[in-house]
Write a new protein. Structure first.
Length: 97
């Protein structure tokens, strides 16, 4: 059974198909629901391009849920932190990984 995750992006156009660095939240019911992970993942707008992938829902910064989910295959789970300064933009810090 495919797992479902959600990620938040500033602008949908900033998200491209292929390998991406993402913070994802697990949507699986139970005690681990909403656990956040930092992952390197292969993502696609079309589920048939990643048949063994999981479901990735996309939300805007304000919480708007995009109508169609993407497909995602986790390649690597990264440490649960992003090095940087407390005042630094998170998305800029993530690009430096």
């Amino acid at each position: 059974m495919k797992k479902e995750y959600v990620t938040f992006v500033r602008r949908l156009r900033d998200l491209s198909e292929g390998k991406e660095l993402l913070f994802i939240k697990d949507l699986t019911p139970g005690p681990r629901k909403y656990d956040t992970k930092l992952v390197r993942a292969n993502i696609s707008r079309q589920a048939d391009k990643l048949p063994d992938g999981d479901v990735l829902w996309i939300r805007s910064e304000t919480g708007y849920l995009h109508s169609e989910p993407w497909a995602m295959k986790i390649l690597e789970e990264l440490p649960p932190y992003v090095p940087g300064q407390p005042w630094q933009d998170l998305f800029v810090a993530m690009r430096q990984l």
